[in-house]
Write a protein that binds this ligand. Structure first.
Ligand code: KG4
Ligand code: ZN
Length: 340
């Protein structure tokens, strides 16, 4: 029987300090996340300098906890994988430095992992039948991409946003209607009490780019609507605004993803990233996929938002494909998908 492969994953690209141990790329032995949400909420969004400082305070403790919870020592680990981009440079550097120190001290290989490839890989954790090729809709706070996952390490971007990411639009609209940070989960909750057909917000199409996205228009339309109501002294129904905005975003995401899967002949779609936790998106994707005879996959909410288990999973597939990073590995804030 082949020996088990244990990967220690480390993630610090934004406002979660996380470490995890994953066995054979699919079985999570531990998944420790120290969230900084409380402190950033005070400022209405992530403050990069604070994020870096908090990562420094937490990183060693989180790594130790991940090993302990998994019941393993550093000696048992086969490789250390770490997010090295994209993300906030100061935040990324904390994880990268810690991973290098651990790998060097324990004489283990180091594998730099792409954060978005990690989000995609989160789907492998609970869906052991899911294997490439498939189409992935990546919707996070910083990214909105349609990606064809041809193999575990082979990605082709077929669509992306021209301006705001979907999660960014959720966060900005949430702030405008007074919900605070992080906006996505708050809009998701409030929208359940609203009427999604109450207000018609625009669905942007980009000429000549069938699978690209633009969310700055819908965000501005919400802001204009709110200003208009204020000027005319019309009472704002925040639940209706949340539901109508969410409906506009979800409709575009589902249509583009299902149409792309049909065109590329993919019969599996996976959704990944923080916005994949959105209940309306999950419901509408399920409906769209059922109609088109496509199998839909999405991770549990804890694996949708930032975590290190997904970095250990992608780290496993990169490691098995021979990927190794040197101790000169650096943070790359604008790392492109598929870039090695
Ligand atoms: O993937 P993620 O944790 O971090 C990035 O890599 O960006 O995504 C965070 C984003 C935030 O914009 C947050 O508002 C959004 O995901 N989000 C949601 C939900 N949960 C998180 N958006 C909509 N509905 C949700 N339930
Ligand atoms: Zn993320």
């Amino acid at each position: 029987m082949a020996k088990d492969v244990l990967i220690l994953g480390i993630e610090s690209s934004c406002d979660e300090t996380a470490a995890a141990v994953v066995k054979n790329g699919r079985e999570v032995l531990s998944n420790v996340i120290a969230s900084q949400i409380d402190i950033h909420t005070l400022y209405g969004g992530v403050v990069p300098e604070i994020a870096s400082r908090k990562h420094i305070e937490k990183i060693n403790q989180v790594i130790e906890e991940a090993l302990e919870e998994a019941g393993v020592t550093l000696g048992d680990i086969d490789a250390v994988s770490v997010t090295y981009g994209p993300g906030l440079v100061g935040a990324l550097l904390v994880g990268v430095s810690a991973a290098k120190a651990v790998a060097y001290a324990a004489c283990k290989p180091l594998v730099g992992v792409h954060h978005i490839e990690g989000h995609i890989a989160a789907n492998y954790i609970e869906h052991h039948d899911l294997e490439p090729s498939f189409l992935c809709l990546v919707v996070s706070g910083g990214h909105t991409h349609l990606v064809r996952v041809a193999d575990y390490n082979k990605f082709e971007i077929i669509g992306c946003t021209h301006d705001d990411a979907a999660g960014e639009a959720f966060d900005k609209v949430a702030r405008a209607i007074g919900l605070g940070y992080p906006g996505g989960p708050k809009i998701d909750k409030l929208a359940k009490e609203g009427n999604k057909f109450a207000i018609e917000f625009p669905r942007a199409k980009i000429d000549g780019h069938e699978f690209d996205f633009s969310f700055s228009g819908v965000k501005s339309a919400v802001l204009n609507y709110l200003n208009g109501c204020e000027m005319k002294n019309i009472e704002i129904n925040r639940a209706d605004v949340a539901a109508s905005f969410q409906h506009a975003v979800v409709e575009v995401l589902v249509n583009r993803a299902v149409n792309a899967a049909k065109l590329f002949g993919d019969n599996q779609i996976a959704v990944a990233g923080g916005v994949a936790a959105n209940s309306a998106l999950r419901e509408a994707m399920q409906e769209g996929c059922d109609e088109a005879g496509i199998k839909l996959y999405y991770p549990s909410p804890v694996y949708c938002t930032d975590n290190a288990a997904m970095i250990a999973v992608q780290g496993y597939y990169d490691y098995m494909a021979g990927s190794r990073s040197g101790l000169d590995l650096n943070a790359v804030p604008n790392l492109k998908i598929g870039q090695r």
